[in-house]
Ligand binder design. Structure first.
Ligand code: DC
Length: 231
């Protein structure tokens, strides 16, 4: 099935599998995948490596704001999917570290950082044929996206997925703690002042509590065929 050069925006709660779904869509339909979370993580890594985040977690907002125009983040396609680069350096592994994960939230709440990431995403998506995942893509970054999907799933299901992922990395965790963290993140994501997680009025809701990735692919093929199918 051939799909025209549209923008697909995927927003939703944490641990709903947005990036796995977005990557598969990109591969199947020949779209470029833009991982907005990776850009926030890249800015956080830059701030950490340049001493802009103190031991107490305080961010040197002024210095970071001045540095932003010079942080050269991009996605480079490889045989194993797309990877995040800072200049000529692949930072894919570093940005997924626990250290970055723990510091990214306050960095991503800074208005200058959000402006920087929004601008970068619009630049990277200017030729369209992109699938982008995040929290505010359909509402803020690409309100004109032709297809907007809002992903959700029961908190218990998401906590179980997250727990398995963490156990896979050798971390010991209690289900009750992971569930509490999922609910807390939902609350913070939906209530923060700057660009809270929000469903666009024209977004299609996908509740994948009882769906596998393949079920989701069947769902989107049908949706795309109905809306854009050219054959
Ligand atoms: O999806 P992720 O875990 O890689 O996102 C990293 C952080 O960036 C997370 O704290 C949420 C934030 N984020 C955001 O505020 N807006 C987006 N569009 C994407 C991510």
């Amino acid at each position: 099935m051939h799909i025209p050069d549209i923008i697909i925006a995927i927003d939703g709660y944490s641990s709903t599998g947005k990036s796995s779904f977005a990557k598969l869509i990109a591969r199947e339909f020949g779209f470029r995948y833009l991982d907005s979370g990776a850009l926030y993580r890249g800015v956080t890594l830059y701030a950490m490596e340049h001493g802009l985040i103190g031991a107490d977690g305080a961010i040197d907002v002024k210095a970071l704001g001045e540095a932003l125009p010079y942080i050269d983040l991009d996605f480079v396609a490889g045989s194993n999917g797309s990877k995040t680069y800072m200049g000529s350096r692949c930072i894919e592994k570093e940005i997924r570290s626990l250290d970055v994960s723990q510091k990214v939230s306050p960095v991503s709440a800074l208005p200058q950082v959000r402006e920087y990431v929004d601008r970068k995403l619009r630049e990277l998506g200017s030729r369209r044929r992109v699938v982008i995942d995040g929290r505010d893509i359909g509402v803020t970054v690409f309100p004109d996206a032709e297809l907007k999907i809002f992903m959700t799933a029961d908190p218990e299901v998401r906590a179980m997925r997250r727990m398995k992922e963490m156990q896979g990395k050798g971390e010991k965790v209690e289900f009750a703690d992971v569930l509490a963290n999922v609910k807390e993140r939902d609350y913070i994501d939906s209530h923060r002042k700057v660009s809270p997680l929000a469903k666009a009025d024209d977004a299609v809701v996908l509740d994948n509590s009882e769906m596998t990735l393949e079920d989701q692919m069947v769902w989107i093929r049908k949706l795309l065929a109905g809306k854009f199918g050219e054959n």
